[in-house]
Design a binder for this molecule. Sequence first.
Ligand SMILES: [Ca+2]
Length: 205
Amino acid sequence: MSMRKLFKNVICVVALLALSATAGFADNLVTNPGFETGDLTGWQVFGLGGSSAVTVVADNGPSGAGTHCAFMDNRAEALGLTLKQSLTPGMAIAGTVAYSFDIKLGQAALGGVFFVQIFAEKEGVGIVGSSGLLGNYAPAGWTTVTGSFMAPLGTDFLTIQFMANTGANVGSKSTMYVDNVNLDQGTTVVSTEATSWGNIKSLYR
Ligand SMILES: [Ca+2]
């Protein structure tokens, strides 16, 4: 490699690393984590029906300032109602994932349960790791749940899902308030640096 080309490469690397450092990561990787847009922007809902809904209501969990939270309202028999957010691939890396969320029970009756699960995923592959199934939760008042798990090698995004599930009983209910959802891998540029290095190599091969 000529000195000139080497110099050009070094400049590219420095420029890309500077970009990475600027982009960085917010501490919380979740979009609209406190539902303060007043709607479900950033979130997906599965299991909607005539007797099941997820809405944004005027209440707020203790972990963050605000005036809104999500309300999962499942009054259908034997139904899984899920509120879910998947990060964009590239937003997560292998390593510790710290999580926290605020929940407050509405009603749990006749087999109604509430679980949370966080997945470490790899684009094009699927689930490579998990927090394990968290719950059953039924906190009478606002409660903040915190914990962490290790995302294995290959992880490039995370998914968190809240599941208000009912039993096969007439009158089964699972309703829960959810707020201030936090997924945090620390402020890091490791992932974007790795991507940048890959790009650099491919450019000069
Ligand atoms: Ca909120």
